[in-house]
Design a protein around this ligand. Structure first.
Ligand code: AMP
Ligand code: MG
Length: 482
């Protein structure tokens, strides 16, 4: 066996999934395989890059031990509930145990229709494959919990999208699991308490084994997810990351970031910043993410009520008590990350942070570049490198004085360096990598992936990737491309 499968999701009842063999594609070619990740999964990179490995990544060959399925789930999309979504263009090959002893899902995204495809073709265009590879690997290197990219292939066939017939691709995703808030909602909306119980037990065993020891394991499960998501969203916020489509089917219970559709890293700072073309009400703006996180977790809590207690009033009371801890958990994680970005000690006034964000918003300053340069100034460089970013430099000087005062001469430079990346996947660079890939040139994509593998390191050869876009390169909108 080239991949040591150890599947557990298929032992859940048949209503949890549909058996589904990936569709055949005419002419698969490998764009990139993630050798480091392959080795963490005990998969031989040489095999992965061989004809047989590529056939596996393209869905043309189902490896021994795989039990391909598409998973059922429901979800709230932009606030509206859809009782049946499910893997419409994804097929789970199976699970493997990594060298870290943890369990991982291996999933093909774009491998053809499934019973959950509704009107979709189950396929993926090449653009979203490139995008998810870059973004998810960048997030991993930035230290954010996330699903990972094992490989990207082209299929040799075209798919029909808004822009016409374009090249198709398949993305191999690795995740601690693909279980979402929407997976719980699927059983809840069907009043399938037995299904909920089996799912909850599976999740506890897989992600939160300590919850098994708790007085009420289901409440402990809720608390674990609340904690993981509060910390994840605070992490996103500190990097200027906007997920873009925080529907409940795009929120994992593991606390990993999932579904890199229309996401983006904010450039000019603004709390109401939105990139997604489909988010017209700005529901998922940068600054709304903490609140949406709680909204989604409340939907999860609702599904768990029948398990928490037979007495529904008591169940509600207990679940509410857990949900009420979210604000504090988020607040603590967020202020810790922002303090680190500014090199501030824990007792420095939070006002310095609020003032900083107001200053950035007022003058539309690039979020990543500001903190990158502030870190350089903290390291002894000429403050002029910051001044040149601002139109009203008096406001900056006033804030700098406050900042210097707040640090009480103790500036945590190491914290700043590890909280302020030099490189992020800038939207125009991602767009350039995608457009080149459609032309058959994968060099910009590979270069971006290489650069983003070490986002906190000074590497002069990638200095161009730090820069803001030229006016004609600015990306205002991002698309899921599904
Ligand atoms: P997403 O926008 O990726 O979160 O997907 C939302 C839902 O639409 C999920 O149920 C997907 O499986 C489904 N979906 C997205 N794209 C396609 C496609 N090309 N074919 C079939 N289903 C799709
Ligand atoms: Mg999704």
């Amino acid at each position: 066996m080239n991949i040591q499968f150890d599947n557990t999701y298929v032992s859940l009842p048949e209503r949890f999934y549909a058996n589904q063999v990936p569709a055949l594609v005419p002419e698969p070619e490998l764009i990139l395989a993630n050798r480091a990740l392959a080795s963490q999964l005990s998969i031989d990179s040489e095999w992965l890059e061989s004809a047989e490995g590529i056939a596996t990544l393209a869905g043309n060959s189902v490896p021994e031990g795989a039990q391909p399925i598409s998973q059922a789930y429901a979800g709230h999309q932009f606030g509206g509930f859809v009782p049946q979504l499910g893997d419409g263009r994804a097929i789970l090959l199976g699970e493997v145990i990594g060298t870290d002893g943890k369990r991982y899902d291996l999933q093909l995204k774009g491998s053809g229709r499934t019973p959950f495809s509704r009107s979709g073709d189950g396929k993926s265009a090449l653009g979203p494959v490139i995008r998810e590879y870059i973004l998810s690997e960048a997030m991993a290197a930035l230290g954010v919990p996330t699903t990972r990219a094992l490989a990207a292939v082209t299929t040799g066939e075209t798919v029909m999208r808004e822009e016409g017939a374009i090249a198709g691709g398949i993305f191999t995703r690795v995740a601690s699991s693909h279980i979402r808030v929407g997976t719980f909602q699927y059983y809840h909306t069907r009043n399938d308490v037995e299904g909920l119980k089996l799912l909850a037990e599976h999740v506890v065993a897989r992600h939160y084994p300590a919850a098994q020891e708790a007085d009420n394991p289901y409440l402990a499960l809720l608390e674990s997810v609340v904690s993981a998501q509060a910390s994840l969203i605070a992490h996103w916020m500190s990097l200027g990351f906007i997920h873009g489509v925080m529907n409940t089917d795009n929120m994992t219970v593991s606390g990993e970031t999932i579904d890199y559709g229309p996401c983006a890293f904010m450039e000019a700072f603004h709390p109401q910043c939105v990139f997604s073309s489909i988010d017209q009400g700005a529901r998922y703006a940068w600054g709304n993410q903490p609140e949406i996180g709680l909204w989604n977790l409340t939907r999860l809590a609702e599904t768990l009520l029948p398990l928490v207690s037979e007495d529904s009033d008591k169940a509600i009371e207990q679940a509410e008590a857990v949900l009420s801890t979210y604000a504090e958990r988020f607040g603590e994680a967020y202020s810790k990350r922002l303090r680190a970005k500014l090199g501030l000690s824990p007792d420095a006034p939070f006002e310095v942070i609020t003032d900083c964000l107001n200053l950035l918003a007022e003058q539309k300053i690039d979020f990543t570049l500001f903190f990158r340069k502030l870190t350089q100034v903290a390291n002894g460089e000429d403050p002029a490198i910051l001044t040149s970013m601002f139109t009203d430099t008096t406001a900056l000087d006033e804030w700098l004085n406050k900042w210097r005062g707040a640090t009480n001469a103790i500036l945590d430079l190491t914290a700043m360096q590890s909280a302020n990346p030099i490189l992020i996947p800038r939207n125009h660079r991602v767009e350039q990598a995608i457009q080149s890939a459609y032309q058959g040139d994968h060099a910009p994509f590979k270069r971006l992936v290489d650069a983003l593998a070490a986002p906190y390191e000074e590497r002069p050869e990638y200095a161009d990737l730090e820069m803001q876009p030229e006016p004609d390169e600015v990306v205002h909108r991002t698309f899921c491309g599904t």
